[in-house]
Ligand binder design. Sequence first.
Ligand code: GTP
Ligand code: MG
Length: 273
Amino acid sequence: METNLQKRKESRKALRIKVISMGNAEVGKSCIIKRYCEKRFVPKYQTTIGIDYGVTKVQMKEREIKVNIFDMAGHPFFYEVRNEFYKDTQGVILVYDVCLKESFESLDAWLAEMKQELGLQGNIENVVFVVCANKIDCSKHRCVDESEGRLWAESRGFLYFETSAQSGEGINEMFQSFYSSIVDMCENGGKRPMSSINIGFTKEQADTIRRIRSSKDSWDMLGVKPGATRDEVNKAYRKLAVLLHPDKCVAPGSEDAFKAVVNARTALLKNIK
Ligand code: GTP
Ligand code: MG
């Protein structure tokens, strides 16, 4: 009896967590946080100077959580200020702007910066990451599509959300899921639970989809040399079809990649005697 009571008391104890935001300047980190905490949007750009710090309380899974949010400046100029703040973090909000390819391509560099600052003792395996594909309200100028972003995130075991700090779309869902995963991790002894690591597709599938997306022509897409024979084309096609068939592959973008491979094979066979 007493242990049950104790357990319940334990579970009601407030949990303190530290969350940081990362991503290039102007992608909308501060606006996402403001939209969630203050329910408003600021259209005028006010660059974060070094770091903004705030505390908020949320109720999650019958526990009160005290969240310390460190909103980082994305500009390289502030590296010396923000590098102090990577340690002892349970959650990272990693943001890019869906209209700026460069901000998406910088995500790897942000992970590298965090890893470097944490050094050998630090372990980003035990941090919950949520990737926000932000500014989805600007659909006319969008240049990074959902499957590309989702693939990048999910192949690393990260959460992925499409957000707009302007309209509020996706913001609450993103924070709910983010905090819930952090609570799960804390209750799992500080280790990211297996469910978020089990991603359902292989690295080979993810890498192949990326390769197909960036291939320059049909030969390149099938991975054969220009002038390859029918047999070589068919062999390469079959290998990719088995890997990416939508019935077997759940990786984001696999359906489009599969279609592209089918079209590439058709186009090549037309011109091979
Ligand atoms: P730094 O602090 O300099 O690293 O930038 P930041 O990532 O915090 O960007 P911030 O939140 O200040 O937003 C940058 C600009 O983008 C501002 O002018 C915002 O109004 C605008 N913005 C942010 N989110 C959105 C969004 O979802 N949609 C649109 N249309 N604009 C947005
Ligand atoms: Mg900011």
